[in-house]
Design a binder for this molecule. Structure first.
Ligand code: DQA
Length: 144
């Protein structure tokens, strides 16, 4: 079965209790279950991970490159300033793999610093503002 890495950056394990007015009430465990179930229905094995550590997230993109895996990535706050994460994402997409940037909220409708994504320019595409459905829609695209 084809495998996709679903990678989450800082503070996303706090979903459910973290700013529910912005991110909704679905908690991280429920998000992982929904992603896993969507993967099963699409015939995709999903490996869902979260870290608060930039180096670990970059290491996971290197792992995706080595194993030639597509990635769904919510870079969280790293979206807005991590050139190191962007460089790792660029290596992956330039190698021919797909990387879909996802966001639960719509960063463009929020504070100005969130309007810049340093990842978007090297991502295959971006899905934002659709709540946790952003992840499920990214998986559907990858299944096509
Ligand atoms: C986020 C948006 C980012 O601006 C924020 O730093 C996050 C979550 C989202 O999913 O909406 O942590 O990536």
């Amino acid at each position: 079965m084809r495998k996709v890495l679903v990678l989450n950056g800082p503070n996303l394990a706090q979903l459910g209790s973290r700013e529910p007015d912005v991110y909704g009430t679905t908690n991280y465990v429920d998000l992982v279950s929904a992603i896993t179930a969507e993967g099963v229905s699409l015939g995709i094995e999903t490996d869902v991970r979260q870290t608060n550590d930039e180096a670990e997230l970059i290491g996971w993109l290197h792992e995706a490159l080595e194993n030639q895996l597509d990635v769904v990535l919510n870079p969280a706050a790293f979206t807005h300033y991590s050139y190191a994460l962007r460089d790792a994402a660029a290596m992956l997409t330039k190698s021919g793999r797909k990387l879909i940037e996802v966001h639960i909220s719509n960063p463009n409708a929020r504070e100005e610093f969130r309007h810049t994504s340093v990842i978007a320019g090297v991502a295959t595409g971006t899905i934002a503002g659709l709540g946790t459905n952003s992840y499920l829609l990214a998986l559907r695209f990858l299944a096509d």
